[in-house]
Design a protein around this ligand. Structure first.
Ligand code: SAH
Ligand code: SF4
Length: 392
């Protein structure tokens, strides 16, 4: 099967911007303390009548319960006096996503379908490795973009996730993995986070930033910023802000070496092309050999996998501390592409390697449960009618 090609480039329209985003249920009632930045948490406590002189201490105690101990209920917070716990329970919620289904792959990968406010659903994937455990989290229900090889791209954007729902995915996975407090073997199960689930994280910037700041807080979940990787399809104007305000590692869904091909595969390229994207990468804060950019490159048979592509790729990124992550295409029902053959992937990797870049081929994980990259899709919302090649 050959890849479909958009016959002509659609006009630049406002449709490139994210769809209007339906907001989660009006909190109107009690506010959710999960996902609140620390200063907002202290302000919320003040609003509930906690005396000014106690605010810092109380906020610190609650933070510890939420993010070190994993408390899901004020009743568990036993170092707070009973009347205070009762008052907190009156004023606030501690809402997390609920697990609807959990599937465990033969290779140990776990895929969770989680339900959030409004009955929407998102997927979160845990990938255990010998030296690490990576949680792949979602930032939106669906996606506004329509990358033609991505399953999520067939689902319209339903809404952005809140910071509570983003950090909530970590809390829920830690519950399931019994990854709270001090584990007997002293090892954590979730050591890394990748924002590579459903959605485009840079189209939900504030919520992603607030959630990642909570994940990095040294008195809470305490993950190093170097263990968090944000993957973007190329929202160029937001890339520098991600570096400055989150400080995490960056992954770029490059996937093609000419604008002509990238326009078809990653339609946001029609708005910000390869040259602009690479320029934003060169200016990414703190870029160094210790903090390299990952360029993700999905291997599509006969589309972007030639030797010439490999050579163009190394020329494009020359001078950028980088590694190239080759992702064998993961098929999904009705997908218009095929995975490149293994010898083609190896030949491509060899060229990239010889140019001095690490080029690990990402082993597909959790394929038997459709948990691999680009296979995620929830039943929430409608499926698009027209695609691929369409920009929205
Ligand atoms: N929206 C963000 C992050 C989520 S996708 C982004 O696009 O970067 C995570 C990675 O999986 C991206 O590099 C994406 O391009 C890739 N991907 C999507 N569909 C895929 C598929 N079917 N096979 C392999 N990789 C895929
Ligand atoms: Fe959205 Fe990323 Fe999928 Fe593109 S690859 S449709 S940006 S989730």
């Amino acid at each position: 099967m050959t890849a479909p090609i958009a016959a002509s480039r659609p006009p630049e329209t406002a449709a490139l911007r994210p769809d209007p985003v339906a907001l989660p249920r009006d909190p109107g009632g009690p506010a959710n303390l999960i996902g609140m930045p620390r200063d907002a948490l202290a302000r919320a406590l003040a609003g509930a009548g906690v005396p000014a002189g106690q605010l810092r201490m109380r906020a610190g105690q609650i933070w510890h319960w939420l993010y070190v101990r994993g408390a899901g209920d004020f009743a568990e917070m036993t170092n707070l006096a009973k009347p205070l716990r009762a008052r907190l329970a009156e004023c606030f919620r501690l809402d997390r996503p609920r697990v609807v289904t959990r599937q465990i792959s033969a290779d140990g990968t776990r895929k969770y379908l989680m339900r959030i406010d409004g009955g929407h659903e998102v997927e979160t994937v845990y990938i255990p490795d010998e030296d690490r455990g990576t949680l792949c989290i979602s930032s939106q229900v669906g996606c506004t973009l329509t990358c033609s090889f991505c399953h999520t791209g067939t689902q319209r954007l339903v809404r952005n996730l809140t910071a509570a729902e983003i950090v909530g995915q970590i809390l829920v996975a830690r519950d399931d993995l019994q990854d709270w407090g001090h584990r007997p073997d002293g090892r954590r199960r979730i050591t890394n986070i990748v924002l590579m689930g459903m959605g485009e994280p840079l189209y939900n910037f504030e919520a992603v930033r607030d959630a990642m700041r909570i994940a990095m807080d040294g008195e809470g979940i305490s993950l190093s910023r170097r263990r968090i990787t944000l993957s973007t399809s190329g929202v160029v104007p937001m890339i520098a802000r991600a570096g400055e305000e989150i400080g995490c590692l960056l992954a770029i869904s490059l996937h093609a070496t000419t604008d002509e091909v990238r326009d078809r595969l990653v339609p946001i390229n029609r708005k910000w092309n390869i040259a602009q994207l690479i320029e934003a990468c060169r200016s990414y804060p703190r870029l160094s050999n210790a903090e390299r950019i990952t360029f993700e490159y999905v291997m599509l048979k006969g589309v972007n996998d030639s030797d010439e592509d490999a050579r163009r790729l190394v020329r494009l990124i020359a001078g950028i501390p980088a590694k190239i992550n080759l992702i064998p295409f993961n098929p999904w029902p009705g997908a218009p592409y095929q995975r490149s053959d293994w010898d083609r992937i190896e030949a491509f990797a060899e060229i990239v390697n010889r140019a001095g870049y690490a080029s690990p081929v990402r082993t597909p994980r959790g394929e038997d449960i459709m948990a691999a990259c680009g296979q995620l899709k929830s039943a929430s919302g409608r499926t698009r009618r027209s695609r691929p090649g369409q920009v929205s």
